[in-house]
Design a protein around this ligand. Structure first.
Ligand code: SF4
Ligand code: SF4
Length: 146
């Protein structure tokens, strides 16, 4: 009989302890978000795939088609092409393709770009079932943003 009463008291006590924790957390600020309906801003140092940076003055890419990023990439992820156009100084970018399936996010391309024409994006929720979904036309992506 005594053991039985002890069990009831200990069970009731643990119930109140649990309720106390629940009530305490109920009044604390919410730390989770309803992903994917809500998202948190990424930290400034987050490395998503690289992307072209827009020149705020011209609205065009800052890329001067020097090819340094392509040379610096140890995984051969980048293909850059450009052409000379009449009346335009330097080359005009015609292709900037990133094969993100091979990218290790090492950052050598970003470091090698003197005009700061590429940066890491904040894209973290990429999804796809085919390899081709990760071959990015960064020029088109930049144009789509304009
Ligand atoms: S290093 Fe920079 S400027 Fe040169 S091709 Fe790459 S992105 Fe363009
Ligand atoms: S982050 Fe590294 S691996 Fe990825 S594209 Fe740039 S240089 Fe290549």
């Amino acid at each position: 009989m005594i053991d039985y009463l002890r069990e009831i008291i200990s069970g009731t006590w643990s119930l109140f302890v649990g309720l106390g924790i629940t009530i305490r957390y109920f009044f604390q600020p919410v730390v989770t978000v309803q992903y994917p309906y809500e998202t948190l801003p990424m930290t400034p140092r987050f490395r998503g795939h690289i992307e072209l940076v827009k020149d705020e003055e011209t609205g065009e890419t800052k890329c001067i088609v020097c090819g340094m990023c392509q040379k610096a990439c140890p995984s051969n992820c980048i293909t850059v092409n450009g052409e000379k156009r009449e009346g335009v100084k330097g080359k005009v970018l015609t292709e900037y393709t990133l094969d993100f399936t091979k990218c290790s996010l090492c950052g050598l391309c970003v470091e090698s770009c003197t005009p700061k024409a590429i940066t890491f994006s904040k894209d973290y929720n990429l999804a796809g079932v085919r390899k081709e979904a990760y071959i990015f036309d960064l020029k088109k992506r930049l144009e789509a943003k304009n």
